[in-house]
Design a binder for this molecule. Structure first.
Ligand code: MN
Ligand code: MN
Length: 460
C-alpha cells in the first residue's frame, strides 16, 4: 500500500497558522512604530533625521575619530543627511567580521526640476523629473505633498514640508477627461503619459493689476512670504513631490498596511528596530540605510559610495585591525522588498517560487534579469546558515523569486556589498503594487523581517 512520505516534503504555512497569539499582538504593536516611521519619513532626508532622533533616544552617538570602539558602544554615521549607518560594537574584534543589514530609504517620486515654476493658460505649474521606476499613469490625479530643502546662496537651509497636514493644501498632476480621450486611449500604457507632461498644478490666482505672469507672480510672493526664498533659490533646492497622506491599515482585519514608500522603508525600519533591541552582540551589528538604490546606488550617498568604507575603516583602525579582514569575514543581509504574488496578475509569476504575503521574510538567492544578469547570487552555504539561524530564532521565512523567468527583473544593493568581498543575500518583505504611489504589505511579514534582521545580528 502506497503511503505518502509527508516528512520528505517541503511545506509552507500561512503565518497565522504558525505563530502564537502573543506574537500576533507583538506584530500589531510593531506595526504602529513602523507606520509612525513611514509618516515621519517620506524622503531620504526625513528618514535620516527621524532615524537619528530614534537612535539618540536608544543611546547611539555620532561617531567621531578618536572615540573608543569597545564592546557595547553604539555609533551612527550620517552621510550628508541622506544616508545613515549605525553600529553596535560586538564583543569580538572587527577583524572577525560584522553582521550587516542594508536597506534603502529612497523611494520613487517626482523631483522638481531646478527651474520648476512657470505659468501656462493662467495656471502656475512646477516642472518635474521622475525619480526611480514609476508607471507614470499612477502619478496623475493624486494629491501630492512637497517635501525637501532649499539651500540659499548663503548656505542657510529652508525645510519644505507642505501637503501632509489636513489643513495644508495639496498639489496635483491633472489628467485628460475620458470624454476627450479618444487619441489617448489608442496609445500604449507606456506612451500615453510622458515624463515631460508630469507638471504639477500649484496655483491659479493672479496678483492684482496688469502683467504677463500674474499667477506665477503670486506663487513667488507666497513662497517668499512663507519661506523667504526667491525663484533663483530653486536652483539649489531638492524638492520631492510624494503622495500626500498617512499610512493606513488595510482590510477588515487590518492585516495589511497601505502606504507610500514600503520599498524600502519597511526593511529600513525592521533594521532600525532590530539594532535598537539587541544587547551587545558577539560580532559587531551594522545597520545601513542607503540612498539612491532606486537609480542604481550611484553617487556620494548611494551604496557604491566610499563613505561606507570610510566609516567602517575608522572603526577598524580604532581597534587596530584591517578593513579587508573585517569585510572578508562579514555577512550582509541586503534587506529589500520583493514582489508579492498578486491574484490579479498571476500570469507574470511562477507560483511555486514567487513570494507570498503572510509567509514571512522572503529570501532571494538571486535577483537580476534574463539569465540572472546583474545579480549577486548567494551561495547555498549562506542559505543553509540562515536556515539554521532563522530556525533557532523562530523566524517565519520563505524563498522567493521575482516573477517568471524572462518577465523582467530587478536589482538591489546586494551586489555592491558582495563586490566588497562580503557574503550577501537578499531578503525582505513581499509587496503588492510595488513602486506605485501607495504600496501594500502584510503586518506579519514586516514583523517577521524585524525578527529576521535581529536573528542576523545574533550570528556568531
Ligand atoms: Mn527596493
Ligand atoms: Mn524599488
Amino acid at each position: 500500500m502506497y503511503k505518502m512520505s509527508k516528512e520528505l516534503y517541503y511545506e509552507q504555512k500561512h503565518i497565522s497558522d504558525i505563530i502564537c497569539d502573543e506574537e500576533k499582538a507583538a506584530a500589531a504593536e510593531y506595526s504602529k512604530g513602523y507606520m509612525a516611521f513611514l509618516d515621519n519619513g517620506k524622503t531620504e532626508r526625513e528618514c535620516v533625521s527621524y532615524a537619528i532622533e530614534l537612535a539618540k533616544a536608544n543611546g547611539f552617538v555620532e561617531y567621531a575619530p578618536g572615540m573608543e570602539v569597545v564592546p557595547g558602544a553604539k555609533f551612527y554615521r550620517n552621510n550628508r543627511d541622506k544616508a545613515l549607518v549605525l553600529a553596535v560594537i560586538g564583543t569580538e574584534k572587527l577583524d572577525r567580521g560584522c553582521n550587516i543589514a542594508g536597506a534603502h530609504i529612497d523611494s520613487p517620486r517626482l523631483d522638481l526640476k531646478q527651474n520648476p515654476l512657470y505659468e501656462d493658460s493662467e495656471m502656475a505649474l512646477f516642472k518635474t523629473h521622475y525619480y526611480g521606476g514609476i508607471k507614470k499613469y499612477q502619478w496623475v490625479t493624486l494629491p501630492l505633498a512637497l517635501h525637501g530643502v532649499v539651500i540659499k546662496k548663503d548656505g542657510t537651509k529652508v525645510v519644505i514640508n507642505i501637503g501632509e497636514d489636513e489643513t495644508d493644501p495639496v498639489f496635483v498632476v491633472t489628467d485628460l477627461l475620458p470624454h476627450l480621450g479618444a487619441d489617448q486611449n489608442k496609445k500604449s500604457l507606456g506612451e500615453a503619459f510622458t515624463g515631460e507632461n508630469l507638471n504639477i498644478l500649484v496655483g491659479s490666482t493672479p496678483v492684482s493689476g496688469e502683467g504677463a505672469s500674474r499667477m506665477k507672480d503670486l506663487v513667488l510672493q507666497m513662497l517668499n512670504e512663507k519661506y523667504g526664498i526667491v525663484e533663483e533659490d530653486f536652483l539649489s533646492a531638492e524638492i520631492e513631490a510624494v503622495p500626500a497622506g498617512k499610512a493606513r491599515y488595510t482590510g477588515f482585519d487590518r492585516s495589511l498596511i497601505t502606504a507610500y514608500g514600503h520599498d524600502d522603508r519597511s526593511c529600513s525600519y525592521a533594521e532600525l528596530k532590530a539594532i535598537f533591541d539587541i544587547d551587545t552582540p558577539v560580532k559587531t551589528a551594522v545597520c545601513i540605510l542607503s540612498d539612491k538604490e532606486e537609480v542604481g546606488s550611484d553617487g556620494v550617498s548611494g551604496m557604491q559610495s566610499a563613505d561606507f568604507e570610510y566609516f567602517m575603516e575608522e572603526l577598524c583602525d580604532a581597534q587596530g585591525v584591517k578593513l579587508r579582514h573585517c569585510f572578508a569575514n562579514s555577512f550582509c543581509l541586503s534587506a529589500d522588498v520583493c514582489n508579492a504574488f498578486d491574484p490579479n496578475f498571476p500570469e507574470v509569476s511562477e507560483k511555486r517560487n514567487n513570494g507570498k504575503i503572510n509567509y514571512g521574510i522572503a529570501l532571494m538567492k538571486y535577483t537580476g534579469a534574463r539569465g540572472k544578469s546583474g545579480s549577486s547570487d548567494a551561495s547555498p552555504e549562506i542559505i543553509a546558515m540562515l536556515r539554521r539561524q532563522f530556525g533557532e530564532a523562530e523566524v517565519v521565512w520563505q524563498m522567493a523569486a521575482l516573477g517568471k523567468v524572462d518577465q523582467g527583473g530587478g536589482g538591489t544593493i546586494a551586489k555592491f556589498m558582495a563586490n566588497r568581498n562580503i557574503d550577501t543575500i537578499d531578503a525582505g518583505i513581499p509587496v503588492l503594487s510595488m513602486h506605485a504611489p501607495f504600496e501594500t504589505v502584510s503586518v506579519y511579514d514586516c514583523y517577521m523581517t524585524y525578527k529576521g534582521v535581529k536573528a542576523v545580528y545574533g550570528i556568531k
